[in-house]
Write a protein that binds this ligand. Structure first.
Ligand SMILES: [Zn+2]
Length: 61
């Protein structure tokens, strides 16, 4: 299972279960309760989302 990056403009708890548009253009459903500690960048990530969010991820550290 791969993940996509989504530009969220609402609180995560509000987005839980919602369908949003990912940065690569894919339609994805958001699960706010997901344990993100187990999601490592670069592994099973959508290649296009990873490429488009790479600069932002770097600036955050
Ligand atoms: Zn994607």
């Amino acid at each position: 299972m791969s993940w996509h990056a989504v530009e969220a403009h609402r609180p995560a708890d509000e987005l839980d279960g919602e369908v949003e548009l990912a940065v690569c253009g894919a339609i994805v459903q958001i699960w706010g309760t997901q344990d993100w500690d187990r999601v490592s960048a670069g592994r099973s990530a959508c290649a296009e989302c990873r490429q488009r969010t790479a600069p932002a991820l770097r600036s955050v550290g």
